[in-house]
Ligand binder design. Structure first.
Ligand code: ATP
Length: 355
């Protein structure tokens, strides 16, 4: 097993596109590390560079303290699982699993032993004699994962491996991957554009934007304190409300009079935006204590919660997450207030970074 160090990684494609712009990552031995970001942010290119499938323009990659810049993929001792299962259609599950081991020249008894172990771990026993076309999408992906396992690599690299599965199966496989990674303790780098997947899987998450790292942190850190306006707008569904504020009398005040508790040490001479999670706000009856007058624009009932969209003062489309027991109709006057005792994340508009 091994940690992975990526230092000042830069990738410019021949057509001039800069896909990765000086990325530094320090991935711990045994860590499940997620790279998250919108389409085109450079996740796949970074992963492929780690795998050796793409040659970087500059920067170093170390796997377990070995500089692997000049090593071909096969010598990096990693296993990659892609969005598409890439199983051999003419081979039964058993032989699909055995293929990489036979290619390595392992003796047949050892091949059989490892295939059986991986099949047990991924619960593939009943499927060992089937060919891919007789497997469901989820089963095929489990075979693809098992095929990565049998090699006992130093690290797994996963590129959106669950994208082609339906929602329920995705949730199951997510649990399975997390469990498996914990059990094996093998370093895993997992690429996704799905924040729910990132949050539920990752020990730590790197958020990428335009080839650069915007933030690296635990799911909780990334959720509570997005490091930039980009991260604030990207993480959470719905994401944070971004409310222009001023510092006055030791408080943060929005244009419409909404009062927030400021974090300590805020600069007074800058334009500031507070990032407030929908669950940190509250819709109240009109005139309730500490509330500002607001109006419900629309209501989204989601069963276990309600998302209110409200306008108040200068702010439009403020999103508020409430329990389903609280009921206000659209187009009614209400109050809006900051409910949590916590302080919001505050951003400097000029740098777009957390103050
Ligand atoms: P997605 O989630 O859509 O796969 P990504 O974050 O994985 O996106 P990359 O595939 O790494 O992003 O692509 C990063 C940038 O590099 C994009 O602008 C993309 O168009 C560009 N790019 C990727 N491959 C090539 C290539 N072979 N030649 C030129 N540009 C490329």
């Amino acid at each position: 097993m091994a940690g992975i160090e990526v230092t000042a990684l830069h990738k410019r494609y021949p057509d001039g596109t800069v896909a990765v712009d000086h990325v530094d990552l320090s991935i711990g031995d045994g860590e499940l590390f997620v790279m998250l970001g919108p389409s085109g942010c450079g996740k796949t290119t970074t992963l492929r560079a780690i795998a050796g499938l793409e040659r970087q323009t500059a920067g170093d990659i170390r796997i377990g303290n070995t500089l692997v810049n000049d090593l071909p993929p096969a010598e990096r001792d990693i296993a990659m699982v892609f969005q598409f299962y890439a199983l051999y259609p003419h081979l039964r599950t058993r032989d699909n699993l055995a293929f990489p081991l036979r290619a390595e020249g392992l003796p047949e008894p050892e091949v059989r032993k490892r295939v059986d172990e991986a099949a047990e771990l991924m619960r593939l026993g009943p499927l060992l004699n089937r060919r891919p076309r007789r497997l469901s999408g989820g089963e095929q992906q489990r075979v693809a994962l098992a095929r990565a396992l049998v090699r006992r690599p130093r690290a797994f690299l996963m590129d959106e491996p669950l994208t082609n599965l339906d929602a329920e199966l995705r949730a199951d496989m997510r649990t399975e991957i997390k469990h498996l990674q914990g059990q094996l303790g093998t370093t895993m780098v997992y690429v996704t554009h799905d924040q729910v997947e990132a949050m539920s899987l990752g020990h730590r998450i790197a958020i990428l934007n335009k080839g650069r790292v915007e933030q690296i942190g635990t799911p909780l850190e990334v959720y509570d304190r997005p490091a930039s306006l980009f991260c604030a707008a990207f993480i959470g569904s719905p994401p944070m409300n971004l409310i222009e504020v001023e510092v006055a009398d030791g408080k943060l005040r929005g244009q419409g009079g909404l009062v927030l508790t400021p974090p300590p040490g805020l600069p007074r001479d800058r334009r500031l935006v507070a990032g407030v999670r929908p669950e940190a706000l509250e819709v109240t009856a009109p005139g309730a204590e500490r509330s500002v007058p607001a109006r419900v624009v629309s209501v989204e009932w989601l069963g276990d919660e309600v998302i209110y969209v409200v306008d108040h003062g200068g702010e439009r489309d403020v999103r508020v997450r409430m329990p389903p027991t609280v009921r206000f109709a659209a187009d009614t006057p209400v109050g809006l207030r900051h409910s949590s005792g916590g302080t919001p994340a505050v951003y400097d508009v000029s740098t777009e970074e957390l103050v």
